[in-house]
Structures are given as structure tokens and as C-alpha cells.
Design a protein around this ligand. Structure first.
Ligand code: DOR
Ligand code: ZN
Length: 346
């Protein structure tokens, strides 16, 4: 008899959908399995104002194929010029669900991000008052700090001081990659959550660098040592409400990754759920997969779980493309390095 697993339809609480031809190609890859996603605002130019978020939301919905249901949960890109009143109005209307903090220079299209945290104090105070979450890319950009230490240093130098200075601010530590990130997330109350990506549960830094450089395993924050991957696995499979899925699925056309200066990002939308079922089964935690993919994130954002369900069935190897074609070039699908056997049905 085949093994099946029925889950509430999942949510992806950290997703890059891009725009134009890339959006058209990648959106169905997420909408096939996910009911909603927190959509990242690091377009060029970034999505800074409520009006820009409304326009981007309309472009996403226009790109959604007939017959697919998917709700984009919009975010604003925090700049030093962000107007607290605009943020409050965009949140009050239900359009915007969070604000994303990129330290300037930390990652793809983060140039307009924050350099001086004093300049965003007013916005953060408004957000604390209205309960709007701040999604944080948690890496310092100080060139003196080793790239593998940037998350842990950010927690001490930036995140903890900002949280202490802004009581009540709800924070999501995005794509945590370290044992220190897991421990800090656990030190908080209901006002602190953390997303974990699919790929950081699967790869460590050896996967990127041993036997030749593997650009499709390069993302930011970069994968760390094996002990950190194991800490992330323990957190994700714990069922604890503070940990939830944010894939950080981040498409870049292959020529931009297979490049002397390759872009950061793993594209996991296509096979994320099959990979997660594999990971949770390996760790004896299939009964906690639904909490991670479909319940904890919704609860953090004050949403009901999706009404629909998906069924995963264990059987023949899952067939998925090595690349998807997009009008902006081919995009390589994340390779978990093992055959997957959990097929996702409707
Ligand atoms: O790997 C990443 N890719 N990390 C990020 O923070 C940004 C993302 C992207 O937009 O490509
Ligand atoms: Zn991201």
C-alpha cells in the first residue's frame, strides 16, 4: 500500500517572484503547491511604497494562469526614506503584510537598504504600534567580518539592539543558517519567528565548494558548516511555532549564476515539497511537516491556515525538470542530490 500524507495547503513565507517574463515562468511553480506567499520586494527598482506594492500585486495576479489560485502577501522594501504613514496606510488596507529590512549591500538588489538604523527608527516604532512584522535579512556587511560569521555577528550588533530599542516589534529572522540563529529565535517570545529554507536543510558549505565550485548551491546567507545544517534540521522538524517555511526560492537565469561573479539564489519552488517530505521522513518527523509548511507561518502572520489540502504520495521517483524555461533564460531547479519519492498531488 502506498504511503500518503495530507496537509493543509502550504504557504511560502519568503519567496522571490521577480517581474515580467521571469514572474510569468516561476509563478506557476509556486502556485501549483502553495496557497499564499510572502513576496519579497527586491525588484529593480525596489517595491518601497504602498502604491508600488499594489501595482506589483496586480502584475502578479495578472501573471497567474487561469484556474490557479494563489494569494500574494505583499511586503515593502525598507529604505532610510520610507514614510511611516505610508507603511501604516498600506498595512491598514490589508495590502501589505510585512516590511523587509535589507542591510545595504547584503544581497541581491539591496543597495537601497538600510545603512543607518537610527534613520528607520520612526518606521519601526510605527510597525511595533500596529503589529506589522519586520522581515530581516540578518547579515552584517562589514568587510572585516568573515562571510560565514555575518549572521551571528548581525544578531549581536544589530538585531538584538534593534529589538531592545523597539519593544513590541514583531520580527521574522529570515532564512536562518546557523545554530546561533536557531538559539536566538528560541530566546524570543511570540513576537519572534524565523523562516528556514528548503536548501539550507539539505546542503552545507562543502556542497558549494568541494569537487569544483557549484554556482547553483550559492545563495545568501551562504550555507554554513554541517553542525549548522543539523541545527536547522532540528529546528524545522521540532514543530515549534516560531519556525516556519520560507523557501527563499530565488530564480536567476543560468548565465547569471554560471558566471565569474555569479548571483546568489537557489530556485527551489518546483521541488520544495518533495524535498521537505524527504527531509522530515529521514528525521522521523513527517507528523510535524504540516506545522512547518502550513500552520506556523500562517499563525505568525495572523492568518487562518489555507482551507484546501494537498496530498503527498510516496512512490516512484518524482519527475521534475532539471531546468525550467523562462522568457528571461533557463533557470536550474535545485538538485537535492538524492532521488525524491514524495509526489505532490492536488
Ligand atoms: O540567495 C539569495 N537570493 N539571497 C537573498 O537574500 C536574495 C536572493 C535573490 O533575490 O536573488
Ligand atoms: Zn530572499
Amino acid at each position: 500500500m502506498s504511503q500518503t500524507l495530507t496537509l493543509r495547503r502550504p504557504d511560502d513565507m519568503h519567496l522571490h517572484l521577480r517581474d515580467g517574463a521571469m514572474l510569468e515562468a516561476v509563478l506557476p511553480e509556486s502556485a501549483r503547491h502553495f496557497g499564499r506567499a510572502i513576496v519579497m520586494p527586491n525588484l529593480v527598482p525596489p517595491v518601497v511604497t504602498g502604491a508600488e506594492a499594489a501595482a506589483y500585486r496586480a502584475r502578479i495576479l495578472a501573471a497567474l494562469p487561469e484556474g490557479m489560485a494563489f494569494e500574494p502577501l505583499m511586503t515593502l522594501y525598507l529604505t532610510e526614506a520610507t514614510d511611516p504613514k505610508d507603511v501604516a496606510a498600506a498595512a491598514a488596507s490589508g495590502l501589505v503584510r510585512a516590511v523587509k529590512l535589507y542591510p545595504a549591500g547584503a544581497t541581491t538588489n539591496s543597495q537601497s537598504g538600510v545603512r543607518d538604523f537610527d534613520k528607520v527608527r520612526g518606521v519601526l516604532e510605527t510597525m511595533a504600534e500596529i503589529g506589522l512584522p519586520l522581515c530581516v535579512h540578518g547579515e552584517v556587511t562589514d568587510p572585516a567580518v568573515d562571510i560565514f560569521d555575518r549572521e551571528a555577528v548581525f544578531i549581536d550588533r544589530v538585531l538584538d539592539p534593534v529589538r531592545r530599542a523597539t519593544p513590541g516589534l514583531r520580527v521574522v529572522m529570515e532564512h536562518i543558517t546557523t545554530a546561533e540563529g536557531v538559539a536566538y529565535a528560541r530566546s524570543g517570545g511570540a513576537d519572534l519567528g524565523a523562516t528556514i529554507t528548503t536548501h539550507h536543510l539539505v546542503i552545507n558549505r562543502n556542497h558549494i565548494l568541494v569537487g569544483g565550485i557549484k554556482p547553483h548551491y550559492y545563495c545568501l546567507p551562504v550555507a554554513k558548516r554541517e553542525i549548522h545544517r543539523l541545527a536547522l534540521r532540528e529546528a524545522a522538524t521540532s514543530g515549534e511555532a516560531r519556525f516556519f517555511l520560507g523557501t527563499d526560492s530565488a530564480p536567476h537565469a543560468d548565465p547569471l549564476k554560471e558566471n565569474a561573479c555569479g548571483c546568489a539564489g537557489c530556485f527551489t519552488a518546483t521541488n520544495t515539497l518533495s524535498i521537505l517530505a524527504h527531509v522530515f521522513e529521514e528525521d522521523g518527523a513527517l507528523d510535524r511537516l504540516e506545522a512547518f509548511t502550513s500552520l506556523n507561518g500562517a499563525a505568525f502572520y495572523g492568518l487562518d491556515p489555507n482551507p484546501g489540502r494537498i496530498t503527498l504520495t510516496k512512490g516512484a521517483a518524482v519527475a521534475y525538470p532539471a531546468k525550467i524555461d523562462t522568457g528571461a533564460g533557463p533557470v536550474t531547479v535545485f538538485d537535492p542530490g538524492v532521488p525524491l519519492h514524495w509526489n505532490v498531488g492536488g
